[in-house]
Design a protein around this ligand. Structure first.
Ligand SMILES: NC(=O)c1ccc[n+]([C@@H]2O[C@H](COP(=O)([O-])OP(=O)(O)OC[C@H]3O[C@@H](n4cnc5c(N)ncnc54)[C@H](OP(=O)(O)O)[C@@H]3O)[C@@H](O)[C@H]2O)c1
Length: 304
């Protein structure tokens, strides 16, 4: 099968098409023929030699999120059968790049997989796991009091978009910092107020909490009231906001039960996600260039 390998740390050109043996379903695993794989910003970091957790030595295969069809199952698997459509998220750091979603197929433990609901397209589905779970887990860490005011940075993006929706639906007042020329999207997701990307956050009203999904860091923390709360998607962010503000960084963990609920929410129209561009697998480098350039209104999804 074809995969996209990172041949060495560097720019998008280090992404190469490579051949690897077809995966075989081991005990408790299903082989999934991948129909869609989302490009996440963390993939760009890993490609460039920047890792959110343990470093991984090239050559390695990128990609956390995928959707596709089960083609084989191993011993002990009763939950899925060949022909089933599934969505999956692998915790890339646990695999250390030995396998990834930028591939034609993957042998996945069934704990990584949930059924793809009828009516939900594979490209859209592939944008859900990492983004929606990160949003959900970060909101839980914020431990918001009822009807809090929450500033969400990167609110037009994959993670931020889910944060806006989940927080607004939980009854919080969401102030969304939009992406470039993209104010309508967070407004459509339930934000009470949408700020342009270059807004001076020192000049806005003080908020109870911030989900820093860019992350912007110190320049955004000024908007949080004394004693407020910040969650940042960068674990290694070291600045201390002071003023009694609690700040926490985190790295996503797998949660199949919650993923199933979030996927159903998208399938049934309670949550939205969007795809800006689909590209063939072999054009992964172009996909990385697009994500790096920013200004996209949606995710870039590889279609093997
Ligand atoms: N900790 C974890 O477990 C975890 C999990 C998932 C993701 N992440 C991280 O979360 C971040 C967001 O991921 P994503 O998938 O949501 O990315 P995304 O879909 O590319 O969205 C990023 C958004 O942030 C905006 N933005 C970028 N730079 C900005 C700036 N300086 N000021 C204001 N807005 C800015 C972008 O707007 P423009 O398009 O206009 O640039 C875009 O709307 C990434 O850093 C990713 O690595 C962390």
């Amino acid at each position: 099968m074809r995969v996209i390998e990172v041949s060495e740390a560097g720019g998008p050109d280090v992404l190469r098409v490579s051949e690897r043996p077809d995966p075989v379903a081991g005990q408790g695993q299903a082989v999934v023929r991948i129909a869609a794989a989302n490009i996440n910003p963390t993939d760009l970091g890993a490609r460039g030699g920047r890792f959110a957790r343990d470093p991984v030595e090239p050559p390695f295969v990128l990609g956390w999120d995928f959707a596709g069809e089960v083609t084989a199952v191993g011993d002990g698997v009763s939950e899925f059968a060949p022909g089933d459509s599934v969505i999956g998220m692998l915790h890339w750091y646990d695999l250390k790049g030995t396998a990834g979603a930028y591939a034609e197929a993957i042998a996945a433990p069934v704990e990584w997989l949930v059924a793809l609901p009828e009516g939900l397209g594979e490209t859209e589905a592939a944008t859900i796991p990492l983004n929606a779970l990160t949003a959900d887990q970060g909101i839980a860490l914020l431990d918001l009091a009822p009807a809090s005011t929450l500033l969400v940075t990167g609110a037009s993006g994959g993670v931020g978009g889910f944060v806006v929706q989940l927080a607004a639906q939980a009854g919080h007042r969401v102030i969304a910092l939009a992406g470039r020329d993209d104010e309508d999207w967070p407004a459509s997701l339930g934000a009470s107020e949408v700020l342009a990307r270059d807004t001076d956050l020192a000049a806005i009203e003080q908020v109870d909490a911030m989900f820093d999904a860019v992350p912007i860091g110190e320049a955004a923390a000024v908007a949080v009231r004394d004693g407020g709360t910040i969650v940042t998607i960068r674990r290694t962010d070291t600045f201390e906001p002071g003023r009694g503000i609690r700040k926490q960084g985190f790295l996503i963990h797998s949660d199949r039960g919650r993923l199933r609920e979030l996927v159903d929410d998208v399938a049934e129209g309670r949550l939205k996600t969007r795809v800006a561009v689909t590209l063939p697998l072999a054009e992964a480098a172009e996909g990385h260039r697009l994500v790096e350039a920013g200004g996209l209104h949606g995710k870039v999804v590889l279609v093997p």
